[in-house]
Design a protein around this ligand. Structure first.
Ligand code: ZN
Ligand code: ZN
Length: 415
């Protein structure tokens, strides 16, 4: 059960399977005295011969749904989840079951959890042992084992002893009945845990009365506040990053902004085409979704230049987009003198010189895609080249339709 949805999915699927195949079967009606399922573990009380029991499972295992049940049966003792179940008198009794391979995974007392959390662990564990052991002898044996494990994890003797005494004094049957939910809804004060937790709690308790005496807040607050700590970031949160972190900018209220925008603070801003969510090809009218946020200052972007006669040039840059566009503008301005000096000109500067009098005034820029910084697999430069090539192909910008000289595949070649 890895993903969060798996138990719910397994429950739904097996519930359907029970209704459709298990309950209607004749063997179920004849032999199954009780059937309890916890997600995908089933405990069955079988009334009949072992052969019939094996037949029953063999029949259930003949299905096209990839459901295969492994099973074990016994007339004297069986383990199910964390329980050892065996007959006693006219009924069944239970004891605690630990897998032989189980390790001591109790929370270490040196952990930085709040004191009350750490102290609560032995209480909960000893009560669990008491609840799961029908016989007091079994409870004593399991409690000794648990005591050893708490010692190993650094718990003070008095903490263990207090928890043990509390569990010992409880009646096992009363622990089995489900606890009634507390009627009063407690007001929770939820915050990150920090070293001032105790002081915050004291201040809250000391001044809570202010909220209780106020006519308006009294109605929505409970007698006492309940301090709840958010889960602190663990090593997994700190060390792993999602591959799909999208470099988008959030507007107020969590609206995610995607598209191409001016930064509002540079000389390239007037050239930026403001386009949200889609880029519409100026001559073909095809719509191309924009999935990232880009402005003049974005780095690692694939961009398009649009000339006044609506021809497109697709390029990529790992520096700030405005720096790259400034270079394009400067080559456009220098095109005439470069031409006189016999210097090579770029397709863009050549086109602007020939068709637009060497003026960059009406040059437009649109950001098409930004590469995520944490993108895995292949280096950034390669990814930029690859996406550039696919955009050139997609937008049909190779001459004579556009201003790109050729469609290069360098990003896809070699390693
Ligand atoms: Zn700008
Ligand atoms: Zn043009």
């Amino acid at each position: 059960m890895g993903a969060k949805c798996e138990p719910a999915y397994a429950n739904t699927f097996l519930g359907w399977w029970e209704e459709k195949f298990v309950y209607p079967s004749l063997s179920f009606a004849t032999h199954v005295h009780a059937w309890f399922r916890f997600i995908d573990d089933i405990f069955i009380l079988w009334k009949g011969s072992e052969e019939d029991c094996v037949d029953f499972f063999n029949n259930l295992n003949c299905n096209p749904y990839n459901i295969y049940l492994t099973y074990s049966f016994s007339a004297s003792e069986i383990t199910f989840l964390d329980l050892k179940i065996f007959p006693q008198g006219n009924g069944l009794a239970t004891s605690l079951y630990r897998k032989p391979t189980a390790t001591n995974s109790l929370l270490a007392f040196t952990s930085f959890h709040p004191w009350h959390t750490k102290v609560g662990v032995p209480t909960g564990q000893f009560l669990r042992v008491r609840r799961n052991c029908t016989r007091y002898d079994d409870f004593s044996i399991q409690a000794r084992d648990l005591t050893d494990r708490f010692h190993q994890r650094g718990y003070p003797k008095r903490v263990i002893s207090k928890a043990y005494q509390r569990a010992r004094s409880q009646d096992q049957r009363s622990l089995l009945s489900s606890r009634r939910q507390c009627q009063e809804i407690q007001t929770r004060f939820i915050t990150d845990f920090n070293s001032s937790w105790k002081q915050v709690s004291d201040i809250l308790s000391k001044h809570w009365q202010i909220l209780r005496v106020d006519m308006q807040t009294a109605e929505i607050t409970s007698e006492r506040p309940l301090m709840t700590a958010r889960r602190a970031p663990n090593l997994r949160d700190l060390l792993t990053r999602s591959h799909f972190n999208r470099p988008t900018t959030r507007l107020n209220r969590g609206v995610i902004l995607k598209g191409s925008f001016p930064c509002g603070d540079c000389n390239i801003c007037p050239h930026m085409v403001v386009t949200r969510d889609f880029f519409v090809h100026p001559t073909r009218s095809s719509r191309h979704p924009l999935k990232t946020y880009i402005n003049c200052k974005s780095r690692d972007v694939i961009y398009a230049l649009i000339c006044p006669c609506k021809m497109l040039y697709v390029g990529q840059t790992s520096q700030e987009l405005r720096k790259r566009v400034q270079k394009h503008i400067s080559t456009i301005h220098l095109a005439a003198s470069d031409s006189r000096k016999g210097k090579a000109r770029t397709p863009v500067s050549e086109h602007f010189l020939v068709h637009h009098g060497g003026s960059s005034a009406n040059l437009q820029v649109v950001g098409l895609q930004k590469i995520a910084h944490n993108e895995r697999g292949g280096d950034k430069r390669r990814i930029l080249l690859q996406i550039e090539s696919s955009r050139i192909f997609q937008l049909q910008t190779v001459a004579p339709l556009g201003l790109n000289e050729e469609l290069l595949f360098t990003g896809f070649l070699g390693c």
